[in-house]
Design a protein. Structure first.
Length: 114
């Protein structure tokens, strides 16, 4: 996974969280549009979410967008969203919509959904 981490971004500016305190956690729904399919975007989101200690999921949509749910400490979720919006050499997010969701208690993983 080191090769992909170098290409898609990893933990260079991340400080992983061991346990997210549910009382402090937030959950955000996100929808990214732009060059976000066929460029490793889901892996980019997942690897960065894991390195930040964020739980949730990411999924390609039939309209070419990618949706996701991100849960963690508020400043950490904000840092991940900022990184997603920046993208990289292959990933170009032209628009990102977000909204608040209820926290999912007991969630402890981040996954790519199909």
């Amino acid at each position: 996974m080191g090769f992909f981490r170098n290409i898609f971004g990893g933990h260079e500016d991340a400080e992983p969280i061991d346990v997210v305190n549910p009382e402090n956690a937030v959950r955000k729904a996100g929808r990214a549009v732009g060059r976000v399919q066929g460029v490793g975007f889901r892996f980019f989101v997942m690897s960065n979410a894991k390195s930040f200690g964020i739980t949730g999921w990411v999924k390609n949509m039939s309209d070419g967008s990618v949706t996701m749910e991100l849960q963690g400490e508020p400043p950490t979720v904000d840092r991940l969203i900022a990184k997603i919006k920046r993208g990289n050499d292959w990933i170009k997010v032209t628009a990102f919509e977000e909204s608040d969701l209820p926290v999912v208690k007991g969630e402890n993983t981040f996954a790519i959904r199909y």
